[in-house]
Ligand binder design. Structure first.
Ligand SMILES: Cc1ncc(COP(=O)(O)O)c(C=O)c1O
Length: 375
C-alpha cells in the first residue's frame, strides 16, 4: 500500500520554501563563515526576540542545550534532578551526561505533563533542579513547579524541545524559568535540516557561561578558562532556521486547526480519548495523540491503508534498558505506563490537507465499526 498520509512530510515544506532556503544556504557557502557565522548570530537574536528573552545561545542539539544548561548551573555528580517519567529519553540523558541522577515523577493523566502534586515526594537533600517538559506542544504547570522550586531552593530548566511558540499564561514556553532549552530536530515545529538546538535565558552570567562551554570553554580564541565542549549551532542549520522562523506562527496555527478537525471528526468514535489542553496553556500540536485500548490493531489497520502513525513513547524511561540502574520497575509510574500502552500519534504537519485528515478519520471510524461488527 502506498503511503497516502505520511506521519510527517518535510518534502512539501522544502518545495514551498525552496528558493528562500537554497539562497540562504548559498549565502553561507559564498561567505564561508561556517563556524559561528553571521546566520548563527542572527538566529540567536531573532529567536530570543521571538521568545522575549535577552539571550539565545545556539547549540548543536536539544540534548546539548539541556546538558549545557545543567552544567552551567553547576549541577553534576552527586546531584539529583527531577524529570518527568513521561518524556523523550533526552531529558533524562542530559542529567546523566553531567554525572547527576535523574529522579522520575509521574504525569497528569489528562495532559501528559509532569504532575506537580508528586514532585515534593521525590525531593531529597541531593535534589538540585527540576526539568518540566512541555510535552507534545502544551505547557507544563509551570507556576506550580516554580513555587515548589522556590520553597526548596531548586533550579528550574524548561525543556521546550516540543513547544516552539506555546504560550503559558500568555508567555512563551522556554522564556519563563531561569533557562529554557529547545531542539530544532527536523521534525519539530521549527526544524533544521540536521541537528540543532538553543538555550534561552535572561541571565547574563549564565548566557556567557553557556556560550563559553559550547565553544571549548574559551573566553576568546585559545584562552580556555574551563573544560568546555564543541556543541555549537552549525551555520548552515542557522541559515535554514532563519528562513523557517518567519513561518513558525502560521505553521503552529495550521497545526492547531488540523487538531480541531481531528477532534471534530473523531469525537465519540470507538473508545478514543484525546489529550486535554490545560486552561493555562495554548497547544502548538507538535504531536496530535489519541488514546485507545486497541492501539496496535488500529495502527496496523491504518498502516495497511497508507496512514503512518507514531508512538511517543512506547517504553517509558524507567523501563528502558539504559536506565535499569535507577532501580525502577513496572508499576512505579502507572499513568505514564498506561499512556505508553495506549497513545497513538496521528499524522500532523502544517501542510496536511483537509482531504488527508478526513481520510485518516474515515479509516479510524471504519476500524471501530468493523471491530464492533466482529464483536
Ligand atoms: C522533550 C524533548 N527533549 C529533548 C529532546 C532532544 O532534542 P535533540 O533531538 O535535538 O537532541 C527532544 C527531541 O528530540 C525532545 O522531544
Amino acid at each position: 500500500m502506498d503511503v497516502k498520509v505520511p506521519f510527517v512530510d518535510l518534502r512539501i515544506q522544502y518545495r514551498n520554501l525552496q528558493s528562500e532556503i537554497d539562497s540562504a544556504i548559498r549565502g553561507v557557502l559564498e561567505r564561508c563563515d561556517f563556524i559561528l557565522g553571521s546566520e548563527v548570530e542572527r538566529f540567536e537574536r531573532r529567536f530570543a526576540e521571538y521568545l522575549g528573552v535577552k539571550h539565545g545561545i545556539g547549540v548543536s542539539s536539544g540534548l546539548d542545550a539541556l546538558h549545557l544548561a545543567l552544567r552551567a548551573l553547576g549541577i553534576g555528580p552527586g546531584d539529583e534532578v527531577i524529570v518527568p517519567a513521561n518524556t523523550f529519553v533526552a531529558t533524562a540523558l542530559a542529567v546523566s551526561m553531567v554525572g547527576a541522577k535523574p529522579v522520575l515523577v509521574d504525569c497528569v493523566r489528562e495532559t501528559y505533563n509532569i504532575d506537580p502534586a508528586q514532585i515534593e515526594g521525590a525531593i531529597t537533600e541531593r535534589t538540585r533542579a527540576i526539568i518540566p517538559v512541555h510535552l507534545t506542544g502544551q505547557a507544563a504547570d509551570l507556576d506550580a513547579v516554580l513555587a515548589i522550586a522556590r520553597r526548596h531552593g531548586l533550579r528550574v530548566i524548561e525543556d521546550a524541545a516540543q513547544a516552539h511558540g506555546t504560550l503559558y499564561k500568555g508567555r512563551k514556553c522556554g522564556s519563563i524559568a531561569e533557562v529554557g532549552c529547545f531542539s530544532f530536530y527536523p521534525g519539530k515545529n521549527l526544524g533544521a535540516y540536521g541537528d540543532a538546538g538553543l538555550v534561552a535565558t535572561n541571565d547574563d552570567a549564565l548566557a556567557e557561561r553557556i556560550r563559553r562551554l559550547r565553544n571549548y570553554g574559551q573566553r576568546v580564541k585559545y584562552e580556555h578558562v574551563e573544560k568546555g565542549v564543541n556543541c555549537r549551532l552549525d551555520t548552515l542549520q542557522a541559515a535554514v532556521l532563519n528562513v523557517k522562523l518567519r513561518y513558525l506562527d502560521e505553521w503552529n496555527h495550521l497545526r492547531a486547526r488540523h487538531a480541531e478537525a481531528y477532534r471534530n471528526l473523531l469525537s465519540g468514535v470507538g473508545d478514543l480519548r484525546f489529550q486535554q489542553v490545560a486552561e493555562f496553556s495554548t497547544h502548538i500540536y507538535h504531536l496530535f495523540i489519541v488514546e485507545t485500548e486497541y492501539r496496535e490493531n488500529l495502527r496496523q489497520y491504518l498502516s495497511s491503508h497508507g496512514v503512518q502513525t507514531g508512538i511517543h513513547y512506547p517504553i517509558p524511561i524507567h523501563l528502558l534498558e539504559a536506565y535499569r540502574d535507577l532501580g525502577y520497575g513496572e508499576g512505579d509510574f502507572p499513568r505514564t505506563e498506561y499512556l505508553a500502552k495506549r497513545m497513538l500519534s496521528l499524522p500532523m504537519y502544517p501542510e496536511l490537507t483537509e482531504e488527508q485528515i478526513s481520510y485518516v478519520a474515515q479509516r479510524i471510524r471504519e476500524f471501530f465499526d468493523r471491530k464492533g461488527a466482529r464483536g
